[in-house]
Design a binder for this molecule. Sequence first.
Ligand code: AMP
Length: 214
Amino acid sequence: MASTIVFIGPPGCGKGTHAAKLSNDYDILPVSVGEYLRQEVKAKTELGVKIAYIMSRGELVSDEIAVEVVKGVCYSNREKNILLDGFPRTVKQAVLLDEFLPDYNRQVDIAVYFKVSDKEVIRRISGRRLDPLTGKIYHIEFNPPPEGVHTIQRDDDRIEVIKKRLELFYNETAPVADYYKKQKKIAEIDGEGALDEVYSRLLSAIKQYIEKTA
Ligand code: AMP
């Protein structure tokens, strides 16, 4: 059975960064519902226009939309180890995930909860900048863009939106961690500190479910 790993954490906790690094070093496919939705927005489909409005307000898209994205990935990648970065974000999504994964011969093996303080979240996200041409992410403090590179701030990275996303995280997503705690499938890791340190904490938590790429 292929592994299924879940990443949970507040916005800016480093889920996406670690998902990318992990998929580079190990045989695992990162799945970001947020990234999929941003593609839909870019394509300006009817659904994309609705999603753009929801995302720019820092709200969650409906459980149905998020579930459909993940189901599609499971359908097309039956043999692959997958890493769900930012899904489930509600207990309803977690319940639905447990219901449909067996159809794809899967189960959630482990849910990693990246713990980061609100203060650190705000520091990390409010400085985040995107180069719209290359998709590269910079940070005005930790990793400033090279001179001449024009960057923008994602609508949902604005301070008032971050606060809203944090509030939603505590109301809707933190209970997902309790859901996996009850199933004894949670690994809580400290998401603060140097990237390499957090990465090695992550590896020790999930090493039994992943294999190095050849
Ligand atoms: P992310 O890139 O993971 O920070 O997600 C960006 C935005 O996409 C979120 O603020 C939500 O609006 C939406 N989104 C991503 N994943 C989900 C999910 N599992 N359920 C509902 N909305 C989601």
